[in-house]
Design a protein around this ligand. Structure first.
Ligand code: F6R
Length: 613
């Protein structure tokens, strides 16, 4: 949550910072601000709401910008204190000489604040962050060195932080330091950058240094010196930046979400080309260190949040069937507080697109401490969660900018499918025919996904007819129960229409009371053992006058009259159907939200990486 940037160099500092913040908007958009250092002191500009407001503030106050040589910036997802200008970063010390931006949470801020107030420090915000400013400032006043003050100050803080810090009397440097929150340094000639994430430096630098927890960097125009909190200098390797600038362009799509939905067939094609080459070859782990003896795994727990949790639910359904191993799926935020039976024979899989979700990281860390083997499934191999991994399974979905997860969900499902089949081959737990059929089914997916996407215009029309409703219900059975939850989540998060997903069999145990002509029901129908029962549930819905929308891979003329709208997908095997059935629901949510004028890529109150528990 929150994005921070820093820059020192010859380019127009305000523009560089704003540009960096623009590409970190997915991390939060409650308020923003920058501090510019022109050697005579700091000019601080802040704005509430979206980053565009900060652009306006700076445009209007352009004459106030002197000749800055460095600066820091922040985009906020509010945790402590409302999204007001006072709470927006950067925060200044009482004498105005020290300024910082912060991503993370200072957990002991209440105690520190009480102590600092007693000592006469004055607070101007409700944030936890302001305590850090005063703690470091207090140290500076004792030792007179910014580097030393930061080193001493951060050791008094508990919780998570990534900071960029400047001091008026040491105008040639920015200090960057982190614990449990990401931070990178981008290296270039006569200039250096600091950022929470790579998109902020894409196209600007070719080499980056990843800071690890407990590392502090003194960044000047011509040097970056990294040390630990005891002051020992560390040799850090600069790595080539692995992202192509192209990926942060919308490529003509109105929103990143629509672009990312449309990328799905190619992602699936690319992943299959590496791991499931044809029907007869064994699944190829190809460079993925699946350092797991599948014959020794006694139980599996999959831990995740949100959309990633839905991918885990599908995996449980499929893997228990294919592998015969008990699979427990749990929201990471719940796993943490429960006595569980994870132990040495356990395989714990953490699924996280960002790899920065605090709940999932904490849960995985706990599981590791209990002796479980840890497999991390993530779209960001450079993220914090991989620290705890015995094996890492990269999603290869490419960077996802839209806050609502789409392509990463598909990539998560696909990862769980191919690894599932890989494990099947180790355990010999399916017949050769069954295995070959599943591989064939996977290989046919990209073309089938393209067929679904070519139906977008029809889905858009359906969306425009449904956007007047205040509430929708999604139902499904079997592996697609998660598809119903995911369809509903996608709709509510970007359109703000209330949407709830249910196992269809549960409808009659309560939610059916909600049904009338004002409550459309989206029914996800896959072929196989759940189909007949799903049709019965649809009859029950119809009998209560609710409009039914089918999302289905089953061609069933006899059932067509039940439905007001049918969003068809090509026929596919039952277990593989979640990969296809999800796509019309992504498009439905997208077009409903867009037709209501919502800010699709940046829904209110959300952020892409949820780095707080
Ligand atoms: C929904 C969405 C969130 C994330 C959740 C976990 O569209 O994006 O529900 O899935 O915050 O995030 P990761 O996968 O990064 O751990």
């Amino acid at each position: 949550m929150c994005g921070i940037v820093g820059y020192i160099g010859n380019n127009a500092v305000a523009d560089v910072l704003l540009d960096g913040l623009k590409s970190l908007e997915y991390r939060g958009y409650d308020s923003s601000g920058i501090a510019l250092n022109d050697n005579a002191g700091f000019d601080v500009f802040k704005a509430g709401g979206k980053l565009n407001n900060l652009f306006d503030v700076i445009r209007n106050d352009a004459q106030k910008i002197k000749n800055p040589t460095s600066g820091i910036g922040h985009i906020r997802w509010a945790t402590h204190g409302k999204a007001t200008i006072d709470n927006a970063h950067p925060h200044l010390s009482n004498d105005g000489k020290l300024v910082l931006v912060h991503n993370g949470i200072i957990e002991n801020y209440k105690e520190l604040k009480a102590e600092l107030e007693q000592e006469g420090f004055v607070f101007h915000s409700q944030t936890d962050t302001e305590t850090a400013v005063h703690v470091i400032d207090r140290e500076y006043k004792k030792c007179g060195s910014l580097e030393e003050a930061v080193r001493r100050g951060v050791q008094k803080l508990s919780g998570a932080f990534a900071f960029c810090i400047m001091h008026k009397d040491e105008a040639d440097k920015i200090i960057a330091v982190r614990k449990n929150a990401p931070l990178i340094i981008g290296l270039s000639k006569n200039e250096n950058y600091i950022a929470s994430d790579i998109p902020a430096v894409i196209g600007k630098v070719k080499k980056i240094i990843y800071l690890n927890d407990g590392e502090l960097a003194v960044v000047t125009r011509n040097s970056v010196v990294v040390s630990d909190l005891a002051g020992n200098i560390l040799e850090k390797k600069a790595e080539n930046i692995g992202f192509n600038p192209e990926i942060i362009s919308k490529h003509g799509y109105k929103h990143f979400m629509l672009k990312e939905i449309n990328e799905q067939p190619d992602i699936v094609r690319k992943v299959l080309a590496r791991h499931v080459k044809d029907v007869f070859s064994p699944v190829d782990a190809d460079g993925v260190n699946l350092n797991i003896d599948w014959n020794k795994v006694e139980n599996i727990s999959i831990i995740a949040c949100g959309t990633s949790l839905h991918a885990a639910m599908v995996a449980k359904y499929i893997w228990e069937d294919w592998l015969g191993i008990p699979v427990n799926v749990e929201a990471a935020s719940e796993y943490i507080y429960r006595k569980n039976t994870t132990g040495k024979g356990s395989l714990v899989i953490g699924i996280s697109q960002s790899g920065e979700t605090a709940d999932t990281i904490t849960a995985v860390k706990q599981a590791k401490e209990k002796g479980a083997k840890i497999l991390i499934v993530t779209n960001r191999e450079d993220s914090s969660i991989v620290r705890y991994a015995d094996s890492v399974l990269p999603l290869e979905a490419g960077i996802e900018i839209s806050v609502a997860a789409t392509k990463s969900y598909t990539a998560q499902l696909l990862a769980m499918y191919w690894v599932g089949l890989y494990a099947v081959e180790q355990r010999n737990s399916l017949s050769a025919k069954n295995l070959a059929d599943l591989k064939q089914g996977l290989l046919e997916l990209p073309a089938k996904m393209e067929e679904v996407l070519s139906n977008a215009e029809k889905i858009k029309q359906v969306a425009e007819n449904l956007n007047k409703y205040k509430s929708l219900i999604y139902i499904a059975r079997g592996a697609n129960q998660a598809s119903a939850l995911e369809g509903a989540l996608k709709l509510k998060e970007i359109s703000y229409i209330n949407a709830n997903g249910y196992a269809a069999g549960e409808l009659k145990h309560g939610p059916i009371a909600l049904l009338d002509e004002n409550m459309p029901v989206v029914a996800v129908l896959a072929p196989g053992i759940t189909y007949a029962k799903m049709l019965s549930n649809c009859e029950e819905v119809k009998a209560r006058n609710a409009k039914l929308i089918a999302v289905t891979s089953v061609k069933d003329k006899a059932a067509e009259s039940l439905f007001e709208y049918i969003l068809p997908v090509p026929e596919t095997e039952e277990h593989l159907s979640p990969l296809l059935l999800n796509i019309p629901m992504q498009l439905l949510a997208y077009y409903m939200a867009d037709s209501l004028g919502r800010e699709v890529d940046q829904p209110r109150n959300l952020a892409k990486s949820v780095t707080v528990e």
